[in-house]
Design a protein around this ligand. Sequence first.
Ligand SMILES: [Fe+2]
Length: 161
Amino acid sequence: MEINHVTLIVDQLEKAAAFYEYEMGLVPVPAFVFDYPTAFFRITDTTQLHLSEWEDTRSFRGHLCLRVDDFSAMFWRFKAQGRIDTAPWGKVRRLPDGAMQAFIRDPAGNLLELTSYPDAPIDPKILEDELYQEGLYVSGRNDFRGYKAENATLYHPPGTE
Ligand SMILES: [Fe+2]
């Protein structure tokens, strides 16, 4: 099984589409001729992002995570735009596997997580920035249920589980 596409609900299709094309760098691909506003973007050969304009409610913590090529450039650009949202999951961090993590809001209010490969070069100034914090996000809930391990990673070598 694999993810085919993710659909994000937006309030203004053109505004959101411009963000994903010009700020995130995704390439638009043809969408089916639906009778409502929608736009499709290529993420990889096998995954797409779909934007669809409806009057729905946006999730506060639910998010789509995109692994980006130049995390540092995006961090500085989205910080300047005021898009980094530390309210749901805390500040920008380096996860235990080495991957960077930042959360931003798209123009419709959808939460996006941006991450880097664990060994990707990162601008060291980010680690001194006011929006950066060391260590995993601590919610204060003190509830450790779940499938957790010290060697967790976002990046599994091909063929492993
Ligand atoms: Fe996440």
